[in-house]
Design a binder for this molecule. Structure first.
Ligand code: C2O
Ligand code: CU
Length: 468
């Protein structure tokens, strides 16, 4: 099922000004834990077009509550799993203590039904992050389990509004229910992953947001879809990119009509300078080839407080940027498999298997000839060592490669130095592209590397590395 113009446009006219922003979580226990419950719930994913959709959700809403932490201060979250299957919570993009990374089966035991797990960590970096399960993520995320994690800067930058926007695509059936029959579709798993037919922002169909006229709003855009790369365009105001994957970048003005590409799991923070006139409306659109489909809209309102005019350069984060590239540990990460690929065999659970046997196991992708998370790490690095990873995409599909516990610098694409290298936690690779990244392996523990197109991850594109 492809996203089709008709299906998205169906919900046009169905929205009014509704509370488009998720609730902010507050500490609720005497020992100051934020309580986070994964439960079954219903949510108005299909707007007024459909009955509320049965979902799995954090605290009963999609997305879950926005969790706001302060840079350098301890955050406590008590997670309880009320789902019918084991789960866990991963704090995507946080350079976190390993035991709190939330990877079921690697950094912790899965949290069973009815059980709780206390996540306690101190985020070192300010910025826009998110949280989601790390157990059957391809199913649990698609059912609605995700939320935004905002780490506030020690000194608040001068914005007039701060708006979280979690973009997602859903595969709904003709009654507006999650299309469950296709969850394990090998066609999806071996092609582009599970693509939806219905787009939401903050779990809503074409929500409307108010922004102060003449003011500067910080939009925190996250892509929570299983596999869809979002090409977004803001059709009004002036837009400047100020952070990628939580990390500040030199402000970069976006030309009018230019799309912002956000791969699954990536975040882009932009500063939106709104028009001066009150009552102006403009859209956030998803670009589908030549067409622009409205997924949300903005309306300028009279500012409640005097507008701020400080610098929009975000304060820097304490990432160790002293890369020793001359003496870096060189690691190769070769991606193989998928439809129209040349993979004939690979190692799965320690055994060499041919492609037919692999397909029978639901495995069609490999990193370095190995399918899925092996017993052995794909590399081990001494703490403090610079690691340079040469990633080679030998498949006919794009991939969104995510490293846990570290941000990395994207240095080269297809052998050419990247002009404005950025620190990211997830990088989008085109089919047959080669990318070189580097980072300081300064966070001890066992860390996953995987494709964040979740069907690819489930079907083999996952490994782990160790920092000792
Ligand atoms: Cu966003 Cu391994 O995850
Ligand atoms: Cu992939």
């Amino acid at each position: 099922m492809r996203i089709s113009r008709r299906e998205i446009l169906k919900s046009i006219g169905a929205t009014s000004f509704i509370a488009a922003t998720p609730r902010i979580a507050r500490a609720e226990t005497p020992d100051s834990f934020i309580v986070l419950n994964a439960t079954e719930a219903t949510a108005p994913i299909g707007g007024t077009e459909y009955e509320p959709t049965a979902v799995w959700a954090y605290d009963g809403t999609v997305p879950g509550p926005v969790i706001r932490a302060k840079q350098g201060e301890e955050l406590r979250v008590r997670f309880t799993n009320n789902l019918s299957q084991p789960s866990s919570v991963h704090w995507h993009g946080i350079r976190i203590a390993n035991a709190m990374d939330g990877v079921a089966g690697l950094t912790q035991a899965p949290v069973q039904q009815g059980e709780s797990f206390d996540y306690i960590f101190t985020p070192p970096d300010a910025g826009t992050y998110w949280y989601h399960p790390h157990a059957r993520t391809w199913e649990q995320l698609a059912r609605g389990l995700y939320g935004m994690l905002i780490v506030e800067e020690r000194t608040q930058p001068a914005f007039d509004a701060d708006i979280a926007l979690m973009v997602d695509d859903w595969r709904l059936d003709d009654k507006g229910a999650i299309h469950e029959a296709s969850f394990k579709s090998m066609r999806d798993w071996s092609h582009a992953g599970r693509l939806g037919n219905w787009l939401t922002v903050n779990g809503q169909s074409q929500p409307k947001f108010e922004v102060p006229a003449g003011g500067r709003s910080r939009l925190r855009i996250a892509n929570a879809s299983n596999a869809r790369v979002m090409s977004l365009v803001l059709l009004g105001g002036k837009v400047t990119i100020i952070a990628l994957d939580g990390q500040p970048v030199p402000p970069q003005l976006v030309d009018e009509g230019e799309t912002i590409e956000i791969a699954p799991a990536q975040r882009v923070d932009v500063m939106l300078a709104a028009p001066d006139a009150i009552g102006e409306e403009f859209d956030l659109a998803f670009k589908d080839r030549a067409e622009k489909l409205k997924i949300a809209s903005f309306k300028t309102v009279a500012p409640l407080t005097p507008l701020k005019h400080g610098s929009i350069v975000l304060p820097d984060n304490p990432i160790d940027r002293s890369l020793d590239l001359a003496d870096a540990q060189q690691v190769d990460l070769v991606m193989e498999g998928g439809a129209m690929g040349a993979m004939r065999e690979a190692i799965y659970k320690g055994e060499k298997m041919d492609i037919r046997a692999l397909v029978a196991e639901g495995k069609v992708w490999a990193f370095n000839g190995i399918v899925g998370r092996d017993e052995k790490p794909f590399f081990s690095a001494m703490r403090g060592r610079t690691v340079s990873v040469n990633m080679v995409n030998q498949t006919s599909w794009p991939h969104a490669i995510h490293f846990h516990g570290h941000h990395f610098l994207v240095i080269e694409r297809d052998g050419k130095p990247v002009e404005e290298p950025a620190w990211r936690d997830t990088v989008l690779m085109a089919a047959n592209e080669r990318i070189k990244i580097a980072f300081k392996a300064d966070n001890p523990g066992k860390w996953m590397v995987h494709c964040h197109m979740l069907e690819h991850q489930a079907a083999g594109m996952a490994a782990w590395f160790e920092v000792a």
